[in-house]
Ligand binder design. Structure first.
Ligand code: MLC
Ligand code: AMP
Length: 511
């Protein structure tokens, strides 16, 4: 009989034999492996009664153990999980629901009124609620369902999740990830980072992106390891739980904030065997300050929604050193190359476009076959949109460094912000001729969003009104930290806005 490639079955094979142990610990209570297994079966049985395998379930809820169970339930029921950032507003969510046409939407009770409205427009049949404290219709209805379910049979190339990533044109694309994509990356990272059953992961990342949902949670689940589950980064809580943890993952802002607190000491994290950083560039200064303070070398890795993790600095010293400023070698089974504009590999030490191949690479963009074709070379390499270099002075030839992006993208505190989306929102505001949105260096967020606005001739623009208007439409992390008004945007001879000139001009002003 062919084995079931359902990701839930793969993960559950790593659960401990004794299901009474603690799987998830929150400041309020402990959840055993049995709780996770039975709880997710109940939700899966409910979902199965509402939708057929392959249907989408869109989820915009606060982080809680029940939210993780909902994800596992969607996998178990063979549904396609579509997580949404809790910061998204109505117009943003309306786009995702309209595009993905989910059969089921689960939201926070506080958002029910507007979510029901946009879900109806998208043709969604079922809207359920799940609050941070596990209240809401999802759990009450699931309580009446059976607590056993064999994972619905899935092939490796069946869809498990769709992650929306914004596009340089301002239109978001849904990256389709299969059960096989996610399972292969989870198994690879488990071996490469040496996950163990006695690990304790300090989990403070949001669970609507690759980092918190897949990289962190899959590693612990697959290893039968405990997670300390906190709703968000909170330095006081992190300091409280670090002495009992063995592993922590974060975007660079997490480590900058820990270093900003004098109570964060070598003694406090003596029991940690691995700190992982990713989702945005880690400054070499942060790496060095972290090592000086804790005696530990942060492990930086590189990935994206479309691929999961591609490269990682080694965990095992026998495989090489962790080199600051690099994201390490390609993970086992994955190939990375750096090419010129004609897709021809460039030599080591030369900057070019980063391309990836491997079982981790996604199945394409949801209902965008043309866009999918453009993002792959004829021979199957995925164009990441990142600029990188292999090797370089004093760096082994198989180590990759990310040196920039060919896509116009800002990464602020680990969240992607596409300038085009904000420019389009500003350009239609009263008195505005045009605008350019750039990222400037920021101590806490790595990059901060800054808007430069040109008024129509004879008009004055009200920057406070622009900010207020943006706050209605866009998630809070996309809101510019500064708005500058100038007479004209700098352009090159082709008429293209020179964002590098703007970055130089506004990069040194505190954002
Ligand atoms: C919050 N704010 C931000 C922001 N987060 N501004 C810019 N960038 C951000 N990332 C603003 C809010 O708008 C608000 O402003 C103020 O900061 C306080 O909001 P908050 O919610 O209390 O902030 P805080 O909890 O401190 O959040 C900051 C953060 C969070 C860094 C902890 O953003 C975070 O957890 N980021 C992680 C993102 C992540 O998981 N990325 C992984 C993507 S996966 P105001 O004005 O309203 O008060 C990926 C692939 C890969 O990229 O390789 O992993
Ligand atoms: P997302 O689309 O949200 O999955 O973001 C993926 C992008 O984050 C990548 O294409 C990179 O630009 C960036 N990224 C992830 N990890 C790193 C890293 N370690 N260093 C630099 N950039 C990174």
């Amino acid at each position: 009989m062919e084995s079931n490639a359902n990701l839930y079955a793969v993960l559950a094979a790593g659960f401990p034999a004794d299901r009474r142990g603690v799987a998830i610990e929150t400041p309020e209570r402990h959840y055993s492996w049995d709780d996770i297994e039975r709880g997710s079966a109940r939700i899966a049985n409910l979902l199965r009664s509402l939708a057929d395998p392959g249907a989408r379930v869109a989820v915009q809820v606060h982080k809680s153990p029940e939210a993780l169970m909902l994800y596992l339930a969607a996998l178990r029921a063979g549904l396609v999980y579509l997580p949404l950032n809790t910061a998204y507003h109505e117009s943003e969510v309306a786009y995702f629901l309209g595009d993905a046409e989910p059969a089921v939407v689960v939201c926070d009770n506080g958002n029910l009124e507007w979510i029901e409205r946009v879900a109806r427009q998208a043709g969604t049949a079922h809207v359920l609620t799940l609050d941070a404290d596990a209240g809401g219709t999802l759990m009450t209805r699931a309580a009446d369902c059976g607590d056993m379910l064999d994972p619905v049979p899935r092939q490796a190339d069946d869809l498990a999740a769709i992650l929306y990533t914004s596009g340089t044109t301002g239109r978001s694309k849904g990256a389709m990830l299969t059960h096989g994509n996610l399972a292969s990356n989870a198994l690879t990272l488990k071996a490469y980072w040496g996950w163990r059953a006695d690990d304790v992961l300090l989990h403070m990342l949001p669970i609507f992106h690759v980092h918190g949902l897949f990289v962190a949670s899959h590693g612990a689940l697959l290893s039968g390891a405990r997670m300390i589950w906190l709703p968000k980064l909170d330095v006081d809580q992190a300091l409280h739980y670090l002495p009992r943890s063995t592993l922590m993952m974060g975007v660079p802002t997490y480590y900058v904030r820990l270093l900003g607190d004098a109570r964060f000491t070598r003694e406090l994290c003596a029991g940690i065997r691995l700190f992982v950083s990713g989702s945005a560039p880690l400054l070499e200064d942060t790496f060095r300050e972290f090592e000086a303070r804790t005696g530990q070398r942060l492990l930086e890795r590189y990935g994206m929604s479309e691929t999961g993790m591609n490269t990682s600095n080694p965990y095992d010293p026998a495989l090489g050193p962790r080199i600051p400023g690099t994201v390490g070698p390609a993970l086992p089974g994955i190939t990375v190359r750096v090419v010129d504009d004609a897709d021809q590999p460039v030599g080591t030490g030369t900057t070019g476009h980063v391309q990836v191949r491997g079982p981790n690479v996604f199945a394409g963009y949801w209902r965008m076959p043309e866009k999918t074709r453009q993002e792959f070379t004829a021979d199957g390499w995925f164009r990441t949109g990142d600029l990188g270099v292999l090797g370089g002075e004093g760096i082994p030839d198989h180590y990759l460094s990310i040196v920039g992006r060919s896509k116009d993208l800002i990464i602020s505190g680990g969240y992607n912000v596409y300038p085009k989306e904000i420019e389009m929102a500003i350009d239609v505001m009263p008195g505005v001729q045009e605008s350019a949105v750039i990222g400037v260096p920021h101590k806490d967020f790595g990059e901060a969003v800054v808007a430069v606005v040109v008024p129509r001739s004879g008009a004055t623009v009200d920057t406070a009104a622009i900010l207020a208007g943006l706050k209605v439409e866009l998630a809070n992390f996309k809101i510019p930290k500064q708005i500058h008004v100038i007479d004209a945007l700098p352009r090159n001879t082709m008429g293209k806005v020179q964002k590098n000139v703007l970055r130089q001009q506004y990069g040194n002003q505190p954002a």
